[in-house]
Design a protein around this ligand. Structure first.
Ligand code: KG4
Ligand code: ZN
Length: 338
């Protein structure tokens, strides 16, 4: 068994994963309540909360799995990408355990782990595949030759899609975190009420841009600067309509780019992970697109979409490939392109 630790953003997480990828425990302490009043993750607040939660979360992961330190064969930890202060807390805890217990330390790429959540859930090899990570920080398309050999083939030029969901929620006065509340409001809305832009959908590049869409929602809600055109009142129905129209535009672009990537790289498998992969309409659209194209779709289950440590089960693959990290391994906040 290995103990995996994940603190890249605002969830303090630890999990115990067996050699055959069974998740024996998966503990996630959310900090949503701490960041709610700011409408987004405050890095310094996140790191301080990780400091107080990391030891109890690790204890709980071991307890729920019914194991002790003596049962462990390795310590895995997210070292990149993420918020530097947040990453440092998990990495320091993991290094300390690896040193004291004399166990190998395995550095995990958080984005690779989001794709690997699909492999964990499938219970069998799913690669080669197109990997798609849609989260608060990333909108990345990968050509995955294997679990650990990924090439970044498309990403966002501005906002990540989860960030766009969160900002649109703020504009519409919907509660934090924005993704789930936009989805909920959209259920009562008409997605055709406003036609928002599908940026880059017809472009050859596999890249994304969500800032234009976000601004279009802002102008639809509050009016275009300098325009004298009357703006419809922001009633509950109008909020629901704008949420639905925004979500429809985002889903069109996300599914469309996956389709383009699958065709371009000749892959017949799609693996989707990250917090936005919890979005119901996106899941439905990906299912129908994959069915139409005879593509096998692996959607991370909801418990493995948002940040968690169980998906760091990818560490077993890294261990097999001899990728043990030295105890002075550093955190790397930025995206590692390969
Ligand atoms: O993967 P994640 O937990 O953290 C990052 O690594 O960023 O993703 C969090 C993001 C947030 O932007 C959140 O609003 C979004 O995922 N999200 C959703 C839904 N649930 C979470 N977006 C759309 N629909 C959802 N149901
Ligand atoms: Zn994440």
């Amino acid at each position: 068994m290995l103990l995996a630790v994940e603190t890249s953003c605002d969830e303090t997480a630890a999990a115990v994963v067996s050699r055959d990828l069974r998740v024996l425990s998966n503990v996630v302490a959310s900090q949503t309540d701490l960041h709610e009043k700011y409408g987004g993750v405050v890095p310094e607040v996140a790191s301080r909360a990780h400091v107080t939660k990391i030891v109890p979360v690790i204890d709980e992961a071991l307890e729920r799995a019914g194991v002790t330190f003596a049962d462990l064969s390795a310590i895995a930890v997210t070292t990149h990408p993420g918020l530097v202060g947040s990453l440092l807390v998990g990495v320091t805890a993991a290094k300390s355990l690896a040193a004291v217990l004399d166990l190998p330390l395995v550095a995990v790429d958080h984005i690779q782990a989001h794709v690997y959540a699909c492999r964990m859930a499938a219970g069998r090899d799913v690669f080669p595949a197109i990997g798609f990570v849609v989260s608060g920080g990333h909108t990345n398309l990968y050509d995955c030759r294997s679990a650990t050999d990924l090439e970044l083939v498309g990403s966002t030029m501005d906002d990540a899609v989860g960030e766009a969901f969160d900002k649109v929620a703020a504009v519409l006065g919907l509660p934090y975190p924005g993704g789930p509340s936009v989805q909920k409001a959209a259920e009562r809305g008409d997605p055709k009420s406003v036609r928002f832009p599908r940026s880059l959908l017809k472009d050859e590049r596999l890249d994304f841009s969500f800032s234009g869409l976000k601004t279009a929602v802002l102008y639809a809600a509050r009016g275009t600067p300098g325009s004298t055109k009357p703006v419809p009142e922001l009633t509950d129905q109008r909020i629901a309509d704008l949420a639905a129209a925004f979500q429809a535009a985002a889903v069109d672009v996300l599914a469309g780019k996956c389709e383009q990537a699958l065709e371009r790289y000749g892959r017949d498998t799609l693996c989707v992970g990250g917090g936005v992969a919890a979005n119901g309409p996106l899941r439905e659209r990906l299912e129908s697109m994959c069915e139409k194209n005879a593509v096998t779709l692996h959607l991370a289950p909801l418990s493995l979409c948002t940040d968690n440590a169980a998906m760091a089960g990818i560490a077993w693959e890294l261990l097999d490939a001899g990728q043990v990290s030295p105890l002075d391994v550093d955190v790397r906040p930025g995206l590692v392109r390969r």
